[in-house]
Write a protein that binds this ligand. Structure first.
Ligand SMILES: [Mg+2]
Length: 319
């Protein structure tokens, strides 16, 4: 018997763990019915992943399932929100059960880790496109916004930068890496780790926060614009992985750290008097620069000399 849309949702997406007490009605009616706890705001974000644009063709269905939820959870992390629910719109070229099984297992493994319940969805026939909306809770007036950075605040990042962008280049044959490094970089591209616990810990500490989806320069640029400030970064302080360092030159590692997307690490700012609290973070962070009153982004090298942006072709980030 051919698999209908109804059966497909029943088989691969409905009634999966976790089941949350705040879901009055999940998959199975015209709408989901959900309870937001008193004293909390609802944080909502949606992302769309298109094959060949947001993930390379040939990416495993498990990785696509993981990533389609991870990118939304990364936005919740950046707001200091606790994940709760997700809804899915899935466009697939054909009903391919092994693919659906893989996608579902990658998606629900991550959903289980963060207690996210899939409460609704839709499937259509078309090019491979996945839209995932995520919902989370943040105590009233406690969300980590982009607009709170002040001159004198330190600028920090979690994890390492540039790995996913280099992973994509390796997949595309534009860079070559040894097998161990290529595997590591590919994993960073396919299986981003949303920094949920870190986002929650930063609620009392950070003055502004964003997740790095489009590259450090672009995403920090959003903080600078929203906060009406500028910044100086020390390029020699950028945290990069051994795999990245093994694979590209120093200048190229700086360019990747600044401009490569898809890392889904957090970039945040912290007033000096709260910097000691960063020792309590669940993962280590790296200070890469400071917020300044003067607008625009400036780069310094290890000798505190201006690092020429035009050397790497990202001069347009100056404005
Ligand atoms: Mg974001």
């Amino acid at each position: 018997m051919p698999l209908t849309e109804f059966n497909l949702i029943e088989r691969y997406f409905a009634h999966k763990d976790p089941r949350r007490d705040d879901v009055v009605m999940g998959v199975g009616d015209d709408c989901a019915l959900l309870k937001v706890p008193a004293g909390f705001e609802l944080a909502v974000s949606i992302d769309t992943l298109v094959e060949g644009v947001h993930f390379p063709e040939g990416t495993s269905p498990e990785a696509i399932g993981h990533k389609s939820l991870a990118v939304g959870l990364s936005d919740l992390a950046a707001m200091g929100a606790t994940p709760a629910w997700a809804t899915l719109s899935l466009s697939i070229p054909e009903i391919d059960e092994p693919w659906l099984q893989g996608f579902s297992s990658g998606l629900f493994a991550l959903a289980k880790k963060y207690q996210v319940q899939l409460v609704g969805g839709d499937t259509v026939r078309g090019p491979l496109v996945i839209s995932m909306q995520v919902h989370g809770f943040v105590p009233e007036d406690r969300a980590l916004c982009r607009s709170g950075a002040k001159p004198g605040d330190g600028i920090y990042v979690i994890g390492t930068l540039g790995d996913a962008g280099l992973g994509l280049r390796v997949v595309q044959g534009k860079s070559s890496a040894n097998k161990n490094d290529a595997d590591y970089l590919r994993k960073r591209l396919d299986y981003p780790s949303p920094r949920i616990e870190t986002g929650l810990s930063l609620r009392n500490t950070a003055s502004a926060c964003i997740d790095i989806s489009d590259g450090l320069a672009a995403d920090l640029g959003h903080i600078l614009k929203a906060s009406g400030v500028g910044a100086t970064l020390q390029v020699d302080q950028f945290p990069v992985s051994d795999s990245l360092r093994n694979t590209v030159s120093l200048d190229e590692s700086i360019r990747l750290a600044l401009t490569a997307g898809d890392d889904y690490e957090l970039c945040f700012t912290v007033p000096m008097e709260r910097e000691a609290a960063l020792e309590e973070l669940p993962v280590s962070c790296t200070r890469i620069g400071s917020i300044e009153a003067q607008s625009d982004l400036r780069l310094l090298d290890a000798n505190n000399l201006p690092y020429p942006m035009e050397r790497n072709g990202f001069d347009h980030f100056r404005k």
